[in-house]
Design a protein around this ligand. Structure first.
Ligand code: SF4
Ligand code: SF4
Length: 349
């Protein structure tokens, strides 16, 4: 695939040209401290350097918080007419960091698993992704390198690497080549060397470390099923579900029906759900499979590092973005919990 060199100003100008015809979401400051993937408004500054992890990950733009599955109407003849949602519009997720690329790849694997989710599939097909490399940890919560996400490039149509004197633009798909048509960037013949140099300049260690490798963690978590760590951290937990809602690999949703007032039709939709909320595992008759907060914490950790890695074989479903700990009002940090369980089990195997 081709590679090009451009100045940061040229990259910004090109993104603004793309944003004239397609909804382009770029991480931008929101409020005094936070960043969010927002539509790139004309004239808005584009910075590859000024970045903080967004509160909500870009993968949530592929699985909206409230999505219509279909509407329906019962005709006087008794026939029921179903109306699927309109095809999703094209969108460009730009400025997606490696951890979030991995999060999207994990969602792709889940949603393509039979039976494939057609709404997710349509939105994903309508979405182009422009990745941006991380050359320094975004903050003290980051542990992307420990989960193997830092080197992840999958799913990006174009990948940008900030250099000391410009930006390396690598084309990684035909769709990426189409996005770049007419940009006028200078061809680059030594992309691999430039990328390797940029990667070699990264600080070591890069972010926080896990006390065991992701490959070792499923066995550690199985052995530590009854670990007191879950209950100990659970004592501070409000069961608010925020850690689920900000996670790039969480995808649970609930389905609801809203009836029209005349009772002859309605809308079926899905909305985000969260396994840390007490009612999540409650079933008809009132039984709750995970009534204790420690049980819900255990479930969350085992989903990320044991159940889903075992199920899909695509590595940990925690990509080390640090969002759950960053947003948790009780300062409950998944890496700290994991490392305490590893220590309790006598370290890695
Ligand atoms: S964000 Fe924190 S307090 Fe809220 S459910 Fe998650 S761990 Fe508990
Ligand atoms: S579990 Fe936490 S650190 Fe891991 S991917 Fe989800 S939000 Fe990020």
């Amino acid at each position: 695939m081709n590679a090009f060199l451009a100045s940061p100003a040229q990259v910004g100008g090109w993104l603004h040209v793309l944003a004239r015809t397609t909804a382009l979401l770029w991480p931008q400051p929101k409020g005094s401290r936070n960043f969010s993937f927002l539509p790139l408004a004309q004239g808005a500054p584009v910075s590859l350097d000024r970045y903080r992890p967004t509160v909500v990950p870009p993968s949530r733009h592929l699985l909206p918080a409230d999505e219509t599955l279909f509407t329906y109407r019962c005709e006087p003849t008794g026939e029921v007419r179903y109306q699927p949602p309109e095809a999703p519009p094209r969108q460009i997720l730009a400025g997606v960091r490696p951890c979030d690329l991995k999060g999207i790849a994990q969602l792709d694997a889940v949603m393509a698993d039979a039976p494939a989710d057609p709404l997710y599939g349509a939105r994903r097909a309508a979405t182009a992704i422009i990745g941006v490399d991380c050359l320094a940890p975004c903050d003290s919560r980051c542990f992307c390198a420990a989960t193997g996400s830092l080197a992840f490039r999958g799913g990006a149509d174009l990948f940008l690497t900030p250099l000391a004197d410009g930006v390396l633009v690598e084309v990684t798909s035909d769709r990426g080549a189409e996005l770049l048509a007419g940009a006028g960037f200078a061809p680059c013949g030594n992309a691999a060397a430039l990328r390797e140099q940029a990667e070699a300049d990264r600080p070591v260690p890069f972010g926080r470390a896990l006390a065991a490798s992701p490959a070792e963690l499923p066995a550690v978590l199985r052995a530590g099923y009854r670990s007191p760590v879950y209950g100990r951290h659970g004592e501070r937990c409000f069961s608010c579900g925020t850690c689920n809602l900000v996670c790039p690999t969480c995808y649970c949703f609930e389905v609801r029906d809203d009836l029209a007032l005349d009772g002859a039709g309605g809308r079926r939709s899905r909305t985000w759900d969260a396994c840390m909320i007490p009612a999540f595992a409650e079933v008809a008759g009132g039984h709750n499979f995970r009534p204790q907060v420690g049980e819900r914490q255990r479930h969350r950790l085992k989903r990320k590092f044991e159940y889903l890695p075992d199920r899909f074989g695509t590595g940990p479903f925690c990509v080390g973005c640090g969002r759950c700990g960053r947003q948790c009002a009780a300062d409950i940090d998944i890496l700290v919990m994991i490392n305490e369980i590893v220590a309790e089990q006598g370290g890695a195997a």
